[in-house]
Write a protein that binds this ligand. Sequence first.
Ligand SMILES: NC(=O)c1ccc[n+]([C@@H]2O[C@H](COP(=O)([O-])OP(=O)(O)OC[C@H]3O[C@@H](n4cnc5c(N)ncnc54)[C@H](OP(=O)(O)O)[C@@H]3O)[C@@H](O)[C@H]2O)c1
Length: 292
Amino acid sequence: MNKKEVSAKVAGDVSLGGEISIHRLGYGAMRLTGAGIWGPPKDRKGALAVLRRAVELDVNFIDTADSYGPHASEELIAEALFPYPPGLVIATKGGWNRPGPNQWTHDASPSHLRAAVEGSLKRLRLDRIEVYQLHIPDPVVPFEASLETLAQLRNEGKIRLIGLSNVTQEHIERARKIVPIVSVQNRYSFADREWDYVVDYCQRNGIAFIPWFPLGAGKVAGDVLERIARAHQATPMQTAIAWLLRRSPIMLPIPGTSSIEHLEQNVAAASLRLSDEEYQKLFAVPALVASR
Ligand SMILES: NC(=O)c1ccc[n+]([C@@H]2O[C@H](COP(=O)([O-])OP(=O)(O)OC[C@H]3O[C@@H](n4cnc5c(N)ncnc54)[C@H](OP(=O)(O)O)[C@@H]3O)[C@@H](O)[C@H]2O)c1
């Protein structure tokens, strides 16, 4: 692994709807909040420093949501980085309410989404949100009603591009009848592949796929991963990120961390190249686990 060049540029670029090009290794800002994704961070200065370091390392895609904190993650991003450097894309989301730590209740109703977009614009100090993602379909709100609201907000100039999260292929197809969809964010890693078919669908349709939990929240391990990591003098985390980058050219990992050291390690993973054999060995891990 080339440890000298620690830059998100090394990961190459991915297009969002043919309109914006970003480096294919982003940063997830959910972990900057307090425990239970609730309240401000314990170490506020440290959280601001992580965000600034991400930009120094050429990260130009930051994922957040109004529900992280709630509000704390978006506020920290603005405090650390406003006025934003040219080309920085902040992708936020709406569709949850937060009654307390570790509690998430659906609300993707038109009135909630409209208020959520207004709130995010204010906290992020933006006139327009570059990428707005429906955080999750709401089981009691027609999916089309949520998407039509986002499409209207796009027509009003408050949102530039629209993404989805926690969706099936059917959701994506229904959404695309209403408005162009530039990204899909679902849980995914080499060991967690329920959404393989959605990754393939996104690749066929030029939609960026943003894997959340790309590191299994720090617990990705296993003999195969550790052996491959050792061979590259890399960490298991870096190897898991390298596998994602290799999985598809539309893959846009957003590893989350509150630590500068971990952030630097994660960005350095862009220069880790797995051999075909290593890639295939990791690809086969879920089947291996299932057969035990
Ligand atoms: N759309 C959704 O529903 C959804 C759901 C969850 C998350 N997300 C987004 O996806 C992003 C990433 O997901 P995630 O944060 O849940 O999971 P993750 O990136 O898989 O893991 C984050 C955890 O791994 C640790 N970590 C990170 N880098 C590490 C390293 N190099 N070495 C050791 N430990 C490391 C972090 O702890 P330290 O802080 O100690 O580094 C943190 O606890 C979030 O930040 C958020 O933006 C979206």
